[in-house]
Write a protein of this length. Structure first.
Length: 230
C-alpha cells in the first residue's frame, strides 16, 4: 500500500480535523473530511477509502454505529480516535469491528505507525501470498496447517492452532477476549477468560524466544490480544 492511500477523517472538532489533514497530507496521504457519522458513512460508500479515522463522540450518532454500518459492506481498516479511555468503550468499538483504538491526546508518531500497520495488513490480506502469513521468523501456512519458527516446524494442539489461526486471520488487529473465546471455543465460553490465558501462555512458550517479552503475540491490557505484523 503506497502513501497515495485515501483516508477519511470523521471528526466533529474542526481543529482536530485540520491537524489530522495537515499531518496526513504531509505524509503523502489523500485526506477526505467528514463532520458527522452520516456524512462519514456517505463518504465511505462513495470514495471507497483505504482507511478511516473515526471519533466516537459525533453529534448525530455514536461512532460505534458508524463502525457497524461500514462493516455491513466493507472490511477497510477503521482506527478509532477518542477521548473515551474506559476499557468498556474500547471493547465495544473493537467488537463492532474497529481495527485499532487510540485515546486522545495521542502522539502523531504512534498514529502514523498504527496507520501503516493497518494499511499493510489490509494489503497483505487482499493481495498477499494466499494462505501464508509471515512475520519475522514466524510463518503460518494456513492451507497446509504448518507453523514454523526460524524454519523449524512447531507442533501445536488443535486448540492452539485454532487460536493462532484466528489471530492470523485478523493479524495486526486488536481482538477482544470475548471475540477470541467465541471464535475458538464457542459462544458458551465467552466468560471463560482463564482458558484464553492458559492457551496464550502455551502458544507463547512454543513460538516466542522470550515468552515474558513476546515479539509476535502481544497483549492489549484489559482488552485482548494482537498478532504483530512487523
Amino acid at each position: 500500500m503506497s502513501n497515495a492511500a485515501t483516508i477519511i477523517v470523521v471528526e466533529d472538532e474542526a481543529q482536530i480535523r485540520r491537524f489530522l489533514r495537515t499531518t496526513l497530507a504531509s505524509e503523502g496521504y489523500q485526506v477526505v473530511e467528514a463532520e458527522t457519522g452520516k456524512q462519514g458513512l456517505a463518504e465511505a460508500a462513495t470514495r471507497k477509502p483505504d482507511l478511516i479515522i473515526l471519533d466516537l463522540g459525533l453529534p448525530d450518532m455514536d461512532g460505534v454505529e458508524v463502525v457497524r454500518g461500514i462493516r455491513g459492506w466493507s472490511s477497510i481498516p477503521v482506527i478509532i480516535l477518542s477521548a473515551r479511555s474506559q476499557e468498556g468503550d474500547k471493547i465495544s468499538a473493537l467488537d463492532a469491528g474497529a481495527d485499532d483504538y487510540l485515546v486522545k491526546p495521542f502522539g502523531v508518531g504512534e498514529l502514523l505507525a498504527r496507520i501503516r500497520v493497518a494499511l499493510r495488513h489490509f494489503s497483505a490480506v487482499n493481495g498477499g501470498q494466499e494462505g501464508v502469513f509471515s512475520v519475522g521468523e514466524l510463518k503460518v501456512d494456513m492451507i497446509r496447517r504448518k507453523v514454523t519458527v526460524g524454519g523449524a516446524e512447531v507442533h501445536l494442539t488443535p486448540i492452539e492452532y485454532r487460536l493462532l489461526a484466528v489471530l492470523v486471520k485478523h493479524a495486526g488487529k486488536v481482538l477482544t477476549h470475548q471475540l477470541l473465546l467465541k471464535e475458538v471455543w464457542g459462544p458458551n465460553y465467552v466468560e471463560r477468560a482463564h482458558y484464553l490465558r492458559i492457551y496464550m501462555g502455551t502458544l507463547r512458550h512454543k513460538l516466542e524466544k522470550d515468552p515474558a517479552r513476546p515479539r509476535f503475540l502481544l497483549t492489549e491490557v484489559g482488552v485482548g490480544y494482537r498478532l504483530a505484523v512487523d
